[in-house]
Write a protein that binds this ligand. Structure first.
Ligand SMILES: Cc1cc2nc3c(=O)[nH]c(=O)nc-3n(C[C@H](O)[C@H](O)[C@H](O)COP(=O)(O)O)c2cc1C
Length: 338
């Protein structure tokens, strides 16, 4: 029986954000005391995006937004870790409380609003880390940067973080930064991505290393929106897709506590939404564009379903909160045997 069964009631007694910080700090302490060591679970490894992922399961962005806990998190067995979202300037985010547990649904609603300590702080953390596994860095824009010049924020983060990333994720799908999701469409998307791709070319020459650029999308896009986005991603030769972020939809029973809170929904409640978006999107991709799937993955079946529908890797966030680190081993082992 996992120790998390006993720890979880204590953590759930605390406000969600406090519990999160406390867990990360304890993990870091255990790491520093050398009581836990880096590990990666054996799984069905895969070569993708020019590197080898030792198993298919990764940690989603938002868990370690400032890159302060990378070494500690490397003890959990993930095949890759994505940090961020990082913005150029430090960002306090929305006022608290801004994270809610919808316990009966194994779901969360958050409106963190890109709370992070800014790119220079994250850079300092990256210089200290001993982690040698696959690191994705998720980048965004400050909320007060208008969309027509948002590219400058992404460029700023990209130039600074490029040497430290194994891949970069362009986050244009957080529901908690006003109008951010407009960047997923038409000219705004094309201009953003073509500029970032041109910069990637320059940076690859400068650093003698090609760092793939992925785009993180919302699960709330309809079929025609996904088709238009797929076309632009392919024209721009984007290296991969991360699908999905949290949802603005509320596919929840009526009496669910906190359901009315503003923010992005994650966890079991968005499993179908996210998987359906994946199914739609893959219809419109001519080539095999690598996809990292996430959104409500909480068991072997939901993980397998994403792989069967075109994803090559997947990530978790909310199921780690509800089930603890045992889920990482379970999913990695399951895929090894599948
Ligand atoms: C508290 C919280 C904070 C998050 N912060 C970010 C973030 O900063 N950047 C991002 O791209 N996604 C963020 N996410 C979204 C997750 O990375 C993920 O896309 C989403 O939660 C769906 O996966 P899940 O159902 O496994 O949680 C956040 C999610 C939660 C619950």
């Amino acid at each position: 029986m996992s120790i998390y069964r006993f720890v979880r009631p204590l953590l759930f007694f605390l406000p969600p954000e406090t519990a999160h910080q406390l867990t990360l700090r304890c993990l870091k302490l255990l790491y520093r005391m050398r009581l836990i060591k880096p590990k990666v679970y054996a799984g069905d490894g895969i070569k993708l995006l020019g590197m080898y992922f030792p198993n298919r399961i990764g940690l989603a962005a938002g868990f370690d937004r400032n890159g302060e806990f990378i070494d500690a998190l490397s003890t959990l067995g993930f095949g890759h870790i994505e940090i961020g979202t990082v913005t150029p300037a430090p960002q306090a985010g929305k006022s608290k409380p801004r994270l809610f547990r919808l316990k009966s649904q194994h779901a969360l609603i958050n409106r963190m609003g890109f709370a992070n300590k800014g790119v220079d702080y994250v850079l300092a953390q990256l210089k200290k880390t001993r982690y040698r596994g696959i690191l994705g860095i998720n980048i965004g824009k400050n909320p007060d940067t208008p969309n027509d010049i948002a590219v400058n924020d992404y460029l700023d983060c990209m130039r600074k973080l490029y040497p430290y990333a194994n891949y970069l994720t362009i986050n244009i799908s957080s529901p908690n930064t006003e109008n951010l999701r407009q960047l997923q469409h038409d000219d705004l998307l094309y201009t953003l991505l073509s500029t970032l791709k041109a910069e990637q070319h320059i940076l690859a020459g400068k650093h003698h290393r090609y760092v793939p650029l992925l785009v993180k999308l919302a699960p709330d896009l309809n079929d025609s929106e996904l088709k238009a986005i797929a076309d632009i991603l392919q024209v721009c030769k984007i290296d991969g897709i991360v699908l999905s972020n949290t949802s603005l939809a509320r596919p929840l029973p009526e009496d669910t506590k906190y359901a009315e809170q503003a923010g992005g929904l994650s966890g079991r409640a968005i499993t179908d939404l996210s998987c359906n978006a994946l199914r739609s999107l893959t219809k419109y991709l001519q080539e095999d564009l690598p996809i990292i799937a996430l959104g409500g993955i909480y068991c072997e079946k939901t993980a397998y379903e994403r792989l069967a529908n075109g994803a090559s890797l997947y990530q978790i966030y909310t199921s780690l909160i509800y089930q603890g680190p045992g889920i990482i081993k379970r999913l990695a082992k399951f895929m090894e045997q599948a």
